[in-house]
Write a protein of this length. Structure first.
Length: 161
């Protein structure tokens, strides 16, 4: 959160050092801004630079429209999305989970009727066999269940019917 607080721009985007973006990535993302209160998300290329990893390179088209039905089951919005800094801070940023902290955050934003707009670009996200998202199925399942519980509590506390 400190990095976001001291950032001087109006938008933030989280990109790992080993991710790849096309030349006009930010231009494509920014061109989709309408009100300045929406999250702009790209498609994703999952890639592995090691031939013996067993991981396949895959181009993933994200849904054109993010709905609650889609987002509550799986995170289709990359952490490397363009997020208004004020929106990130206003909604408390990422909470501490061992994995999927961006997914929980995007669900909270959706519940507050934040719009998600798909950009005409992609991010190449490097896969690794030992990454946090490739932890045991038990960890993934327990974090998923915890996020679902936390979102239900959040809805009762903050979202008016």
């Amino acid at each position: 959160m400190l990095g976001v607080r001291v950032a001087t721009g109006d938008y933030i985007i989280f990109i790992d050092a080993d991710d790849k973006i096309p030349e006009l990535f930010l231009h494509s993302m920014k061109s989709k801004i309408k009100t300045g209160k929406e999250v702009i998300y790209p498609d994703c290329v999952l890639w592995s630079s090691w031939n013996n990893s067993g991981l396949k390179n895959v181009y993933t088209r994200m849904p054109e429209k993010i709905t609650w039905d889609i987002l509550s089951k799986q995170n289709w919005v990359l952490v490397s999305s363009l997020i208004p800094k004020d929106l990130f801070l206003e909604h408390g940023g990422f909470r501490e989970y061992p994995i999927f902290e961006d997914w929980e955050f995007f669900q909270r934003l959706f519940l507050h009727k934040v719009k998600f707009i798909k950009a005409n670009t992609w991010l190449s996200y490097r896969q690794r066999t030992n990454s946090r998202n490739r932890q045991s199925k038990d960890i993934k399942q327990s974090v998923t269940e915890k996020i679902k519980e936390d979102i239900q509590i959040y809805k009762k506390k903050y979202i008016k019917p």
